[in-house]
Design a binder for this molecule. Structure first.
Ligand code: HPA
Length: 269
């Protein structure tokens, strides 16, 4: 595994030496154009798995925002697509080896907490892992990180403070919440959503948590922003559809892109 991760990192190094990486999730692939952009497809990168979910582009761009070099991953890998946990975190680990110090993750989620509405942007403060796996299972490559990494402040408080400041300056309204990850691909039942709410979840989705665990394992700082695309099952009065999730994502995507564009140059890495 270390060998293919090193090959991927070496390949990406040809594109630049970014210290910040951004992962753009469902329906968000277009929101962050870069200056001087160099683009490769996932399939060009040695060892990278191939994406299959609709709404995902499957490309990596390296370029600049306001003078800061940044890597943007457009599209991501989900467990429900059939990838192994190790494949899902392969990109994040490759970025860590490349020298990335801060990772900005985005996703689409269902809103569970009182008062959330489709289109809301929510800074993830913590997570609950209900995926049924941990991507660090198996032999621990010590070059990557410790066997038992701490997750107390997985979502970096200092990076969240920067996001709050930038959102205030841009007049973008933001909330904070706890993200619960499920395996999917079926949406939740109303009873599951009730249970998740009782557990302390504000948002539900099918991604992000594996990448966060792998990033923290490798000592990469994490900021994660969720776009609520729908009210979760049973809170919504109608059945959920993937089209709804992608549709609202597009409408709110510009604002999320704006927020990320402005906070990237200010991240302390
Ligand atoms: N549930 C799970 N994942 C999601 C949802 C949801 O309601 N909306 C967007 N991703």
């Amino acid at each position: 595994m270390m060998e293919s991760l090193r090959s991927a990192a070496d390949f990406l190094r040809e594109l630049g030496q970014p210290e910040v990486a951004v992962v753009l999730g469902s329906g968000l692939g277009d929101v962050l154009p870069l200056e001087d952009e160099r683009v490769v497809r996932f399939t060009d990168v040695p060892g990278f798995p191939r994406p299959t979910a609709p709404g995902h582009k499957g490309e990596i761009a390296v370029g600049r925002i306001d003078g800061r070099e940044v890597l943007v991953q457009r599209g991501r890998l989900h467990y429900y697509e059939g990838y192994s946990p190790e494949e899902i975190v392969f990109p994040v680990r490759a970025y860590a080896l490349l020298g990335v110090k801060a990772l900005v993750l985005t996703n689409a989620s269902g809103g569970i907490a009182e008062g959330l509405a489709p289109g809301d942007l929510v800074l993830i403060r913590d997570h609950i892992n209900m995926l049924g796996f941990n991507p660090l299972r198996g032999p621990n490559p010590e070059e990557l990180g410790p066997r038992f990494p701490d997750m107390t402040e997985a979502y970096d408080p200092e990076l969240r403070e920067v996001a709050w400041e930038v959102a205030r300056e841009l007049g973008i309204s933001l909330r904070e919440g706890v993200y619960l990850a499920t395996m999917g691909p079926s949406y939740e039942t109303p009873s599951e959503i009730k249970a998740f709410r009782a557990l302390g979840a504000d948002l539900v989705g099918m991604s992000t948590v594996p990448e966060v665990i792998a990033a923290r394992h490798a000592g990469v700082r994490v900021l994660a922003i969720s776009c609520v695309t729908n009210l979760a099952a049973g809170i919504a009065k109608h059945p959920l559809s993937h089209e709804e999730v992608l549709g609202i994502g597009r409408k709110k995507a510009a604002e999320l892109g704006e927020l990320i564009r402005h906070l990237i140059p200010r991240l302390p890495v």
